[in-house]
Design a protein around this ligand. Structure first.
Ligand SMILES: [Cu+2]
Length: 260
């Protein structure tokens, strides 16, 4: 299990550990009963076979209800963890307004573009950085600050997975308004991320790094992007239509090229 590096990661971490514990205890009980029955009720003589029990209604009801109860308990804790992770407002604009930082992540075949839209105090406009399969991009985030991450794809389904947040979310074409989440990184340093959805030929090279830094370092990085001329929202295809909820027609051409 990677080191959990966000405030929300413990939901998954706890769910994972307690689920394993519950599964192990269930396993020990079931294996125990199996071996007990094998030994206690084994055939003891050549002439007599042990009592054959079948159609025992109480037992059958029990072993139907018990697994259903277990599934209900797992379901309850899974939903609780999910609600904890997806705590941001469902509405995209409200979620972005609620968090001090906002990054629009573009997953395109086969790399990532990061648009820093509420980019700290020293950069006035959106700035961006982009990668290629050969040149892995880095997503910069501020430690102990909530960031609203919006996911947009101009081509096929990708999946945004910063591994140490113990969380991933699909990047689905046409769903830029729906697929977003808020996360608070709580440990400084670099870790890796990847695309977790088979998205074509170079899917395996669709990697990125996450660099969690102080506010000052973050601002400095954004100023460097601004100085390099990476200004504006770099999101090819029908991005505007999607976030504004304008219906897209089948005949429309998709521009899937990455803007330079
Ligand atoms: Cu991908």
């Amino acid at each position: 299990m990677p080191d959990p590096r966000s405030e929300e990661a413990h939901f998954v971490y706890d769910l994972w550990q307690w689920s394993w514990l519950a599964a192990m205890l269930t396993g020990i009980l079931v294996w125990g009963l199996i071996f007990y029955a094998i030994i206690k009720y084994r055939r003891r003589s050549e002439t007599e076979i042990p009592v054959q029990t079948r159609y025992n209604l109480p037992i059958e009801i029990f072993y139907t209800i018990a697994p259903v109860m277990m599934v209900i308990v797992f379901f309850f804790f899974t939903v609780r963890a999910q609600d904890g992770i997806l705590h941001a407002p469902k509405d995209l604009d409200k979620a972005n307004a609620a968090a001090p930082y906002n990054v629009t992540v573009v997953g395109q075949q086969w790399s990532w573009t990061f648009n820093y839209t509420k980019g700290g105090k020293t950069v006035s406009d959106t700035v961006w950085e982009s990668g290629t399969p050969d040149d892995i991009p880095t997503l910069w985030l501020v430690q102990d600050q909530e960031v609203s991450i919006d996911l947009y794809s101009p081509d096929v389904i990708h999946s945004f997975w910063p591994t140490d947040f113990l969380f991933k979310m699909d990047v689905v074409p046409g769903r830029a308004k729906d697929n977003h989440f808020t996360v608070k990184p709580n440990k400084p340093g670099m870790f890796i991320g990847r695309c977790a959805e088979l998205c074509g030929l170079y899917h395996s090279r669709m990697l990125f790094n996450v660099n969690v830094v102080s506010e000052a370092e973050y601002n400095q990085h954004l100023e460097e992007l601004e100085a390099a001329g990476n200004v504006g929202m770099n999101a090819p295809g029908p991005y505007e239509e999607e976030v504004k909820g304008i219906e897209h027609h089948n005949g429309d051409e998709l521009n899937t090229g990455v803007q330079e």
